[in-house]
Design a protein around this ligand. Structure first.
Ligand SMILES: Cc1cc2nc3c(=O)[nH]c(=O)nc-3n(C[C@H](O)[C@H](O)[C@H](O)COP(=O)(O)O)c2cc1C
Length: 388
């Protein structure tokens, strides 16, 4: 049903230097469609299809270096070739009046040596996720034990992110998001179960947050806070155990982030775990609360306390939003904007569909990580669909 009065989700929002015309944002979505880590005309077409005037797209996870993962057909952002290739995409989005952010993605211990030129994957500590089937050009391989990053590797990783952030702006991106959620490198420092270090980067919350905040500050110094953003997953259980005290850990981190005047912060909803059904994720979180494995009671398992900390930083949320449940938190002011992942895959014109109350096309999960146009650029827009 079409809305009679425009809901707040269709009101403008200032995000750093970008004046958005609405608050339906495309989530970062890895689609492994970048041959040799270079986006091409097909990738540009995919993003252009999802662009709206004044709309914001957060681009797919992009490696700032080889050691960040070097995943097959995942794009990079550290060579001249990467910069030139990405210009195809940023130009296509800007030509339609949209904005696009580059998400820098270092996977840490999720990488495997065979893709790192034989080098051990880096992490806060020497741990193993324990996956048996990482996909590589040389077939499926198990994850191995990561290497505890030395102070010099920590500095190199920060420098790589700074270089990649500068490259992203050179390539025409409007801002840079650093992924600090979903169990990837920065999360591997924040998380009490994975970070076992005894130096100034481990132990207390302040120490576990040191590397992510140093990295953030270095990027801010290079490209300005108004062009810098972050993603966190305070209730995340993807690729790692839940932090023992998520409320304290992320309250501290977000209060530090709030001081820095970033473009935005995006937080993952506790219900979200792409490997588990929503109910199972909730059951697991409640069980952890019941047995005292986390310092939080069931009612506290929300993003509310974190959004309250972000008084001046635009706050986005991701995970499980659809055309029905996306309005309320924006309307109440709890959130500033909602990001959509899977619905944006299958609905290039998602914003118009939500605006007009048109039904959404279901996604084909088998096409998420595949080749070519199938399940990528071949989803129809509502205006060319024959209504049943
Ligand atoms: C195919 C696929 C690829 C994804 N790739 C990324 C990524 O590159 N970076 C990231 O931070 N999140 C990634 N995510 C998570 C999404 O950004 C989003 O948080 C998640 O899909 C939940 O939102 P949804 O319920 O609207 O799909 C991915 C999710 C899917 C389904």
């Amino acid at each position: 049903m079409a809305h009679t009065q425009p809901p707040k989700i269709f009101e403008p929002l200032q995000v750093g230097g970008m004046t958005l015309s609405h608050r339906i944002i495309m989530s970062p979505l890895t689609r492994i469609r970048c041959p040799n880590s270079l986006p091409d005309a097909l990738v540009a077409e995919y993003y252009a299809q999802r662009t709206t005037p004044g709309g914001l797209i957060i681009g797919e996870g992009t490696h700032p270096s080889i050691m960040a993962g070097n995943f097959l057909n995942v794009p990079g952002m550290f060579t001249l070739e990467h910069v030139q290739a990405w210009k195809l995409v940023t130009d296509a989005v800007h030509a339609k009046g949209g904005f696009i952010v580059c998400q820098l993605w270092h996977v840490g211990r999720f990488a495997v040596a065979v893709q790192l030129g034989g080098r051990e994957p880096l992490s806060s500590s020497a741990t193993n996720i324990g996956l048996s089937n990482r996909f590589t050009p040389k077939g499926r391989v198990p994850t191995e034990k990561s290497k505890e990053m030395t102070p010099s590797e920590i500095q190199t990783t920060i420098d790589e992110h700074v270089h990649a952030a500068k490259c992203a702006l050179e390539a025409g991106f409007d801002a840079v998001e650093i992924t600090m959620g979903n169990g990837y490198l920065c999360d591997q420092f924040l998380n009490s179960g994975v970070n076992l270090r005894a130096d100034k980067y481990g132990g207390s919350i302040e120490n576990r947050a040191r590397f992510p905040l140093e990295l953030l500050d270095a990027v801010i110094a290079a490209i300005q806070p108004s062009k810098t953003a972050v993603r966190f997953s305070p209730w995340g259980t993807v690729l790692m155990p839940l932090d023992s005290d998520p409320i304290s850990t992320f309250s501290y981190v977000l209060s530090e982030v709030e001081k820095r005047g970033l473009a935005y912060v995006c937080l993952t909803q506790p219900r979200t775990d792409l490997f588990l059904p929503e109910e199972t994720k909730w059951e697991n979180l409640h069980h952890a609360s019941d047995i005292g494995a986390i310092k939080a009671i069931k009612d506290e398992i929300t993003l509310k306390p974190f959004f309250k900390i972000l008084r001046t930083t635009p706050a986005f949320a991701t995970g499980g939003y659809d055309d029905k449940n996306c309005f309320e938190e924006v309307e109440s002011g709890e959130l500033n904007a909602v990001t959509f992942g899977r619905w944006f895959i299958s609905n290039p014109d998602l914003v118009d569909r939500i605006r007009m109350g048109k039904s959404l096309t279901p996604w084909k999960q088998e096409s998420f990580y595949a080749d070519g146009a199938w399940g990528y650029t071949d989803y129809p827009s509502a205006d060319i669909e024959v209504d049943a």
